[in-house]
Write a protein that binds this ligand. Structure first.
Ligand SMILES: [Fe+2]
Ligand SMILES: [Fe+2]
Length: 195
């Protein structure tokens, strides 16, 4: 699928508000890609598709996961709010003609993160949290950090997310805890090399 066609599809699939969010995420992702030496076109495509199935009914998302068990792995066991990531990756691969694993993985893990996040995973995860319409109290601090250090910003973003989910009593996907542990380990290793 051509980029412009994907854009039309996403615009038609989403509410105005979520499409505006998608455009803001795309803008943030492209900036981060330029800043940190990743491919801006891949970042734009991953951002465009990241929430493309978020407004579909849960039953339909579950059906997509069950119907594509090999790609989905155990994603159906994750909390329902994260299903739209793996489902969008499945649709991108099987229906929308995207075969770049960097793009597909970034879409898949944009809500949870994972251990061993790639640069593109980090860019989309962060772009989703600092997009222009976000207005939670720590967003200014996170935007500033995102301009300075990608790894430090993603670590902070995962921390915020987990803390927020704990405060709301939401179920935390094990992938998010694995992402946090892995990013903390890397940050510590980085510190040790600097001493
Ligand atoms: Fe999302
Ligand atoms: Fe999003």
């Amino acid at each position: 699928m051509e980029y412009s066609e994907a854009e039309r599809m996403v615009r038609a699939a989403l509410s105005k508000k979520r499409y505006a969010h998608t455009c803001n995420v795309k803008e943030a992702a492209v900036k981060l890609a330029q800043r940190y030496g990743a491919d801006p076109e891949k970042a734009a495509l991953a951002a465009l598709l990241h929430d493309a199935v978020k407004e579909r009914p849960k039953a339909e998302l579950l059906q997509i996961l069950r119907g594509n068990a090999i790609i989905a792995g155990n994603a159906a066991e994750s909390p329902a709010p994260v299903w739209h990531g793996p489902c969008a990756a499945i649709m991108a691969k099987t229906q929308w003609g995207v075969d770049d694993p960097e793009v597909l993985d970034a879409i898949r893990y944009h809500t949870t993160g994972r251990a061993g996040m790639t640069k593109m995973d980090k860019i989309l995860y962060l772009a989703d949290m600092i997009s222009a319409e976000r207005d939670y109290p720590e967003v200014g601090e996170l935007r500033a950090l995102a301009g300075e250090n990608l790894d430090a910003a993603v670590l902070q973003a995962v921390r915020y997310n987990i803390r927020w989910m704990e405060e709301c009593g939401k179920t935390i996907d094990p992938l998010s805890r694995e992402a946090l542990e892995d990013l903390e380990r890397s940050a510590q290793a980085q510190k040790n090399t600097e001493v």
